[in-house]
Design a protein around this ligand. Sequence first.
Ligand code: PLP
Ligand code: ZN
Length: 413
Amino acid sequence: MKNVKYGQCIKCGKTYPATPDLTTCTCGGVLEIVYDYDEIKKRLTKAVLAERTERTMWRYRELLPIEETTEPTPLRVGWSPLYDEPRLAAQLGLKQLWVKDDGLNPTGALKDRASAMAVAKAREAGAGVIACSSTGNAASSLAGNAAAAGLATYIFVPSRAPKGKVAQLMTFGATVISVQGSYEETFELSRQAINRWGWYNRNAAINPYLSEGKKTVAYEILEQLGWQAPDYIAISVGDGCTIAGLWKGLKDLHAVGLIDRLPRLISAQAEGCCPINRAVVRGGSWEPMEENTFADSIAVGVPRNGDKALMAIRESQGLAVNVSDREIMEAQQLLGRSCGVFGEPAGVTAAAGVKKLCEQGILGREETVVSVVTGNGLKDVANAIKACGEPISIPGDMNALLRAFSDSGIVVE
Ligand SMILES: *Cc1c(COP(=O)(O)O)cnc(C)c1O
Ligand SMILES: [Zn+2]
């Protein structure tokens, strides 16, 4: 890879050749992929991108850690829509608000970006089997992207994973192990199994290439905004890989001169599980927390990439906001009703955070904000129904309809 220099430990600084099966440093630290920006700058310009017809995450291949000969993975990952939302912006009191709907990726989550990268790297490594543990979406995205590429998967999920996500795994033909325990215990078992059988490892943070896939969300947002940086980008945070990837993407664009100013990050977590945001507020490093939220994708008490996430939030002079499960449900309704976007609970946590920061007067008329929806609402229908309630249920009869309208106070014009 001409564009990549090496992998470097974020703790001790040790460097490693960027082989496809790179994992963590011998000191236990997470690795960061380091690029040769001077080389990339010569080849990647706004004009070059404007000409490009590839409408997937692979359109940014100069900034991705893949061999020049590596083919794009089969599913269409990335290039999700960025919607300008003037009505919601006005309602919240913001200057401008965009919603990036990454729930429209092929398996319904931003994690497709990381899983497509895992599949590309597993192919480079010549591996036939990929494994991971996940709160749900890393798993379903890996299973789908691997299935399309003809690779087998072993997937470990905590037994609380929503049925929609497990149904995806089974449909994509993964071997699924549902672990009766927390995400922490699930992760540990997957680690042991991966060591034992030598499968290609798609565990978040362990494999440094994954956030390199996730960072493409930053490239898209900025390209879709005509390279004009917004003041803030809000995203929900569990393990911390997504926000760390987002920040890496923004810094890449800055380093190669495609943007001249960096947005600030908004890290949104659930009140019942916010180890990273708690560290932002208290200072110092993060401490484990209980996993007390219905937003399953971000119910991560022991974040695998907490250090990188904290660095990203602090470096960007970002904001940390915690929201209750109730506020997440309200945000799900709000995005549905005002934008026609249906996100899963963790998917709308960023929007809940933006709403709260507006209500607190921290964001307002001066600010432009992008809020990323990280997962599709259809993945977790049970929780959506809790938030939105049941429809009018009547026999197929006009009188019943009239009665029901009158009972519910519906006046048809
Ligand atoms: C995984 C996930 C997140 C959080 O990403 P992390 O890398 O774990 O911080 C947010 N939303 C959804 C829908 C997810 O699946
Ligand atoms: Zn190290």
